[in-house]
Design a protein around this ligand. Structure first.
Ligand SMILES: [Zn+2]
Length: 153
C-alpha cells in the first residue's frame, strides 16, 4: 500500500457480486414428528422434494486500493463464489448431495451461514461483509457473520 491510502481514507466501499443457482431441498427436522414438520414447514416439507431459484449476493467491504481503485477484483470474487459455493450447490439436492450441508436443515438462514463459512476463509481477512440469499423474489435473509456487525468493516 502506498502512503496515499492512509492519508486519503474514504471509509469503506461495499462491493457485491450476485449469482443464481437452482437447487432442491426439503425442510425436515428428524427429531420432530411428521405432523410437527408438516405444520412448521408447510410445502417446504414435501417428502418428494421441491426446488427454488436462489439468488446469492456476497458483499465485500474495504477501502479502495490506490493502485487499482478496487476494493477487490470482481473477477476474483466471482471465482471464489463459484469454486466455494456455486459449483457445489447448483442443480443439487441440498439435503443429500452437498457434503458440507450434511445434517443441516437447509433453510435460507442456515444456507447463508454455511455459505459465509465457505467464503470467508477464501477472501481477504475481515473483508466479507454480508451474505444475502433470496429463496424467492420476495423472501431473503442477510447474514453478517458470527459477530453480526452490520455496518462495520
Ligand atoms: Zn423450500
Amino acid at each position: 500500500m502506498s502512503a496515499a491510502s492512509s492519508s486519503s481514507s474514504t471509509g469503506p466501499v461495499y462491493v457485491t457480486r450476485q449469482a443464481h443457482f437452482n437447487a432442491a431441498h426439503r425442510l425436515h427436522n428428524p427429531a420432530k414428528s411428521a405432523k410437527w414438520n408438516r405444520e412448521t414447514f408447510g410445502p417446504c416439507n414435501n417428502p418428494k422434494w421441491h426446488g427454488h431459484n436462489y439468488v446469492i449476493e456476497i458483499t465485500v467491504a474495504g477501502e479502495t486500493d490506490p493502485d487499482t481503485g478496487y476494493v477487490i477484483d470482481l473477477g476474483d470474487l466471482k471465482t471464489v463464489l463459484e469454486d466455494r459455493v456455486l459449483k457445489h450447490v447448483d442443480h443439487r439436492n441440498l439435503n443429500e448431495e452437498v457434503r458440507w450441508l450434511r445434517g443441516v436443515i437447509p433453510s435460507a438462514e442456515n444456507l447463508a451461514i454455511a455459505f459465509w463459512r465457505r467464503l470467508e476463509s477464501h477472501l481477504p481477512v475481515g473483508r466479507l461483509h454480508r451474505v444475502r440469499l433470496f429463496e424467492t423474489p420476495r423472501n431473503f435473509v442477510d447474514y453478517y457473520g458470527p459477530a453480526g456487525n452490520a455496518g462495520a468493516t
